[in-house]
Design a protein around this ligand. Structure first.
Ligand SMILES: *Cc1c(COP(=O)(O)O)cnc(C)c1O
Length: 397
């Protein structure tokens, strides 16, 4: 495949297929799947990931906003799409034309969307969002407020211009299994059921009731209802360390860069901006490599990250620059300009994971994969071979 062999990400579509099947095995035959592909499929590339999952039988796709929905429609995603977040009400007509469903999360928003839909002479398909414990968007149903929530939702369902076909909530701590967090998750589920029951007594039923994210789908089969919303697990990542081993997942993304120069530094010679590293006793062999924080290899890896070269770990030395950084390759033999460096993934016996990234940077694997930069070409692998490339810089979609 023809692409710039500077820094690139490999996305193994077979791993994504495998992960989807692993999760699917745990669902009852009637439970639908929503593949959550917001944020460019967590940095993996929305088009190839979504088309792969569509072919694999994913029933729905979840995105954060209407631009992401447009991107999916342009890339041949025909299945239903739900926007999980805010869309300006005046885009009602656009939602309708795209055949995309919108989350409706408050009386104010419902009224505004309904008015815009009527003005524009369209109907918008909606899923009602219930706040059972995130205190984010959603009809407030916490602390015995289910009756109030049901009242507001019932009014929403009667608004002209809206078709409320789905209802959902979102868990705050389904990835934590200590008794307190598990009780909180069960409390959220109960508040959701209470709200549903109150609506049912008014004769209001929803075709799609859903509450589980990846962690919920893994740990709480009794909460799957009509559909589960699978995000991070599709990419082979655990929702949290506590979920490790609950499913046989395969990380789909690897990240590589290239050695650009190798030099010997005498003891005491400083490396990179701010001279935050100096060559140790006896001097060091330092390789410059072609990746920096603008590629998503964060500056907080300064003096703390490590990479794999020829199957061996090499420590990041000095500050990570925008486009380059340096690593200590002392004792690793025969390193030359052009050699491949593994930032993420396996090289021989050793492996670096997004969990390792997250541990160094004090964050979660979700954030790390979203940050892989747009200037890093995504190279898709199928059957162990490169099958396609997406380069956001030279061939924008
Ligand atoms: C992002 C998101 C998901 C997917 O979460 P994962 O933990 O990645 O499975 C599901 N539902 C909603 C509402 C989301 O915003």
């Amino acid at each position: 495949m023809d692409y710039l062999h500077r820094t690139w990400a490999e996305i193994d579509l077979d791993s994504i297929r495998h992960n989807f099947r692993e999760l699917k095995k745990r669902l009852s035959g009637s439970c639908l799947t929503m593949a959550v592909v917001k944020a460019d499929a967590y940095g993996h590339g929305d088009g190839f990931v979504s088309r792969t999952l569509q072919a694999e039988g994913a029933d729905w796709f979840g995105v954060s906003n209407i631009n992401e929905a447009i991107s999916l429609r342009r890339q041949e995603v025909k299945k239903p799409i739900l926007i999980l977040g805010f869309t300006p009400p005046e885009l009602a007509g656009e939602l309708n034309r795209l055949n995309v469903s919108q989350t409706v999360y408050s009386p104010d928003y419902a009224n505004a969307l309904s008015e815009a839909a009527q003005r524009q002479g369209v109907r918008v398909d909606c899923h009602i969002k219930v706040d059972t414990g995130m205190s984010r968007i959603g009809f407030y149903a916490q602390r015995s407020q289910a009756a109030q929530a049901a009242e507001e939702i019932a009014q929403t369902c009667s608004l002209p211009g809206l078709s409320c076909t789905g209802i959902f909530t979102h868990f705050a701590c389904a990835d934590e299994y200590n008794p307190d967090s598990a009780a909180y998750t069960r409390g959220q589920f109960q508040a959701f059921l209470d709200t549903l029951k109150l609506l049912e007594t008014r004769g209001i039923h929803f075709a799609l009731r859903h509450c589980c994210n990846s962690a919920g789908a893994l740990a709480y089969p009794e909460m799957h209802l009509d559909m589960v919303r699978l995000g991070v697990v599709l990419y082979g990542l655990n929702p949290s360390a506590e979920c490790a081993g609950m499913a046989a997942l395969r990380p789909a993304m690897s990240l590589y860069t290239t050695v650009t120069m190798v030099k010997e530094l005498e003891e005491g010679v400083a490396v990179s901006y701010g001279r935050r590293y100096a060559a140790g006793e006896g001097g060091r062999t330092i390789a410059s490599i072609a990746v920096g924080y603008a590629d998503g290899y964060r500056r907080s890896f300064t003096n703390r990250g490590r990479v794999l070269i020829h199957g061996q770990f090499a420590q990041v030395t000095g500050a990570v620059c925008m486009d380059q950084m340096m690593v200590d390759v002392t004792g690793i033999s025969q390193i030359q300009t052009g050699d491949r460096v593994t930032l993420l993934g396996a090289d021989g016996e050793n492996r670096i994971t997004l969990d390792d990234f997250a541990a160094v940077n004090g964050t979660i694997n979700y954030e790390e994969c979203c940050l892989i930069g747009r200037r890093v070409p995504r190279v898709y692998i199928e059957g162990g071979r490169e099958s396609a490339v997406v380069d956001y810089v030279v061939a924008p979609l």
